[in-house]
Design a protein around this ligand. Structure first.
Ligand code: ZN
Ligand code: ZN
Ligand code: FE
Length: 752
């Protein structure tokens, strides 16, 4: 048997099933999966093999079952044999799993020997991927190796009938890891119970760094606005929303609207952060997610979290333990050093984390779960591909980086690594690539990379030995969406995102491609406009607004609206002088790269409406625009297209002109925002129809970070379907650059 069959209680399950049927033989773990031999009446053996897949343990995932007839060996009983290691073989590894109900009950049972024990786990739950150093998955190859099981734990571990049979992280208060509470200098802070003392500090408005499954999380009282503001200041994260952890579903319902699908996600073994509609009367402090309609909520997923939440009854901000965009801290010493300026106290423990693992983020889109950040609970489980693959390493993009390794029709997409903009994140990337290669025994024969010469992932790829394949960014988005849907294309790739390096050296991002796994043609795109100041135009959306108005509508029109831009310029840079310099840059094409980006268009419109002149995190201006949209508004602005170089060029003049007119008329910004969204939908549908008329496909793949915008993606999908298109969307990997590595790997596989 191959699949996720180790560390999930598979052998004891097989053992008791064989016992029940009176079959003789053995079962063991190998580097490849689970092997077993059984002897008995052929009819009974058949029944037994059928029941293996039917009644497999809840966390197991059988990917393949192979049968063989063997000679009679005359076994006397049924045994669980020692694990065996095989050269070059690999197996799937389970992600970390949220604490199961049975373990929760023990933790809250005052009579149980694991009462209030923060590291309680069993074969159905607990850490897996974050503690494993190599395969086969056995205790000596995990960070639990240093804890010697006490006789009672050992008995559970050895007893095939026990829920903890071969539960590698098995532990109890006598023999297992312990928590301690200390200050920034590592001096103990509690004489008695570290958890109760930690709760006392949280109640006093302190910021607590807690060591979790995949790294440190910073916790504070989510209902106390000043402490949330303090956390933002210390973490250098002024606006980006925080997630909250709530003790149970009833608490979630106090603060958010919740449907059945979302409830299932919250309670799932993956236990991700779910973006939920945030109630107006919720007592969660508004600085937790400034200006947002949605709140990121998760339930406790380790016994330590359950204890903190249950015993405090509080709603806690839980955000990654790092300074703005660095990787999440995972070791005690490292945390004390790096988080010393943020946290007032540290709740540490002595179970080491082998690899960082952020919380995953999921939202519903068109009623279905869609993953926005893929890490805890999901990675390193692979995406299955409908074709065979050679061993490939795809290095991904820059922002929200993930990489992808392929083998035997599996795409092992890494957990979210982060923005590859600093050395800390780059070395996290390198270490994780090495870990995946080791765990899954993959020696890449091909390396795929993004065409952007400045991405650190590209530079890393180009320094590796062997054959390399450069892949255009939006082509990779298109193929990522195709592949995760098990489709081969050709498809219209409607790709709206921030920026991606184009084959013509411009920065693309509002693209209509037609392609399959092997090639693509660019059929249409938004017209090119200058980004005055290059990267500065990304950080300061008002610069994009200025560029749109000036380039599309001319200087006179710009002068009429100058007050808007001077206020923006004055607040962020230095006024009219600055504007003159920018206009010169645009005129002379100096430091003003051309872009067809839809993300930048969102930025520009957001700034025109005065919502967001400068940003502190990617997507901030676009989110602000989405949040205010009046859902009842059905109007839209005009647009037209022109053929240029054999491609349809979407002209944006009428859109920007229409917005300025509405602003002059004093039309509410919520209606302008909705009209803008509707215009994009209208443009998308009309261009797809035009492509279909010219013998193009009737299938559309929606990809690119802009489709994290729920309003846009839901309306686009519905409108395309109404026009007879089949619409593919991302579900298993993010539509943003976090899903890019999958597309790169698939393309490299087909064009090598
Ligand atoms: Zn459990
Ligand atoms: Zn023990
Ligand atoms: Fe992208």
């Amino acid at each position: 048997m191959k699949g996720v069959v180790q560390g999930v209680g598979f052998r004891p399950f097989v053992y008791s099933l064989a016992q029940r049927h009176g079959l003789k033989g053995w079962v063991n773990n190998s580097s490849e999966g689970v092997h077993l031999e059984v002897e008995g009446d052929p009819g009974v053996v058949e029944q037994f093999t059928g029941e293996i897949s039917r009644y497999a343990p809840p966390r197991a995932r059988i990917e393949s079952l192979r049968f063989e007839d063997l000679n009679w060996a005359g076994f006397q009983d049924f045994k669980i044999r020692e694990s065996v290691e095989e050269e070059g073989k690999y197996q799937l590894i389970s992600p970390d799993i949220a604490t199961c109900k049975a373990c929760q009950d023990e933790v809250f049972d005052p009579g149980d020997r694991r009462s209030r024990y923060p590291f309680t786990n069993c074969t159905n739950c607990g850490p897996r991927f974050t503690i494993i150093e190599d395969i086969p998955y056995d205790r000596p190859k995990t960070t639990m190796a240093k804890f010697r099981m006490c006789p009672q734990c050992r008995r559970e571990y050895d007893d095939p009938a026990n829920r903890r049979f071969h539960a590698q992280p098995n532990a109890c208060p006598v023999c297992g890891p312990r928590v301690r509470l200390c200050d920034r200098e590592s001096k103990p802070l509690s004489a008695d119970d570290p958890i109760s003392s930690a709760i006392r500090l949280l109640r006093e408005g302190k910021i607590l760094a807690t060591k979790g499954l995949g790294g440190f999380l910073l916790a504070c009282d989510a209902q106390d606005a000043p402490v949330v503001e303090k956390l933002r200041q210390r973490k250098h994260r002024p606006h980006k929303p925080f997630a909250v952890m709530l003790k149970n579903l009833a608490a979630v319902k106090e603060h958010c609207l919740l449907n059945g699908e979302e409830e299932k996600l919250l309670l799932s073994p993956e236990s991700p952060i779910v973006l939920l509609p945030w109630k107006k009367d919720s007592s969660i402090a508004s600085p937790v997610a400034p200006g947002q309609k949605y709140l990121g909520v998760m339930l406790p997923y380790t016994p330590l979290h359950h204890l903190l939440l249950q015993e405090s009854g509080m709603a806690l901000v839980m955000t990654s333990g790092n300074l703005s965009e660095e990787p999440i801290a995972k070791d005690n010493e490292e945390a004390l050093l790096r988080l010393g300026g943020i946290a007032d106290a540290f709740l540490l423990h002595d179970r080491d984390i082998y690899v960082q693992y952020d919380d995953s983020v999921v939202a519903l889109s068109s009623g279905q779960p869609t993953i926005l950040r893929r890490a805890r609970g999901y990675a390193p489980f692979p995406v299955g591909l409908p074709f065979a693959t050679t061993p490939i390493l795809a290095c991904g993009a820059e922002l929200k980086n993930t990489f992808c390794l392929t083998q035997d029709g599996y795409a092992f997409i890494s957990q979210h690594i982060g923005d590859l903009e600093n050395l800390e994140t780059l070395s996290h990337f390198q270490r994780t690539v090495e870990l995946y290669q080791k765990l899954f025994r993959i020696n890449p024969e091909l390396v795929a990379y993004d065409l952007h010469p400045e991405y650190l992932s590209t530079k890393y790829a180009l320094e590796l030995p062997g054959k390399k394949v450069g892949v255009q960014h939006h082509f990779a988005h298109l193929v990522s969406c195709l592949a995760e849907n098990g489709e081969a294309g050709p498809v219209i790739g409607l790709t709206f995102d921030g920026l991606g390096y184009g084959t013509d050296g411009c920065l693309w991002g509002g693209e209509f491609l037609v392609g399959d796994y092997r090639s693509f043609t660019r059929k249409a795109h938004f017209e090119y406009l200058p980004m005055p100041g290059g990267a500065a135009a990304i950080r300061h959306p008002w610069r994009m607004a200025l560029s749109y108005v000036y380039t599309l509508l001319g200087k006179e029109r710009l002068m009429r609206h100058l007050p808007l831009f001077t206020s923006a310029a004055l607040s962020s840079e230095s006024g009219e002088q600055k504007i003159r310099v920018l206009l010169q840059q645009i005129d002379r094409r100096m430091n003003s790269p051309l872009t067809s980006s839809c993300g930048r268009l969102f930025d520009g419109v957001s700034a025109l409406l005065g919502l967001c002149f400068s940003i502190s995190f990617e997507g901030q201006a676009a989110m602000a625009l989405e949040m205010i949209a009046d859902l009842d508004e059905e109007g839209a602005y005009e647009f037209f297209t022109e053929i240029e170089d054999g491609k349809e060029m979407i002209r944006l003049g009428p859109l920007v002109g229409g917005i300025l007119q509405d602003l002059e008329k004093g039309i509410d910004r919520s209606r302008i925002s909705a009209k803008f969204h509707n215009t994009l939908v209208k443009t998308g549908v009309s261009l797809c129809k035009r492509i279909r008329e010219h013998e193009g496909p009737d299938q559309v793949a929606l990809s690119g970070g802009v489709f994290q915008n729920r309003l846009l993606s839901e309306r686009m999908k519905a409108a395309l379907e109404e026009s007879g298109f089949t619409v593919l969307v991302h579900r298993q990997v993010p539509c943003n650059d976090g899903g890019l590595s999958l597309g790169q790997a698939v393309i490299a596989n087909f064009i090598n």
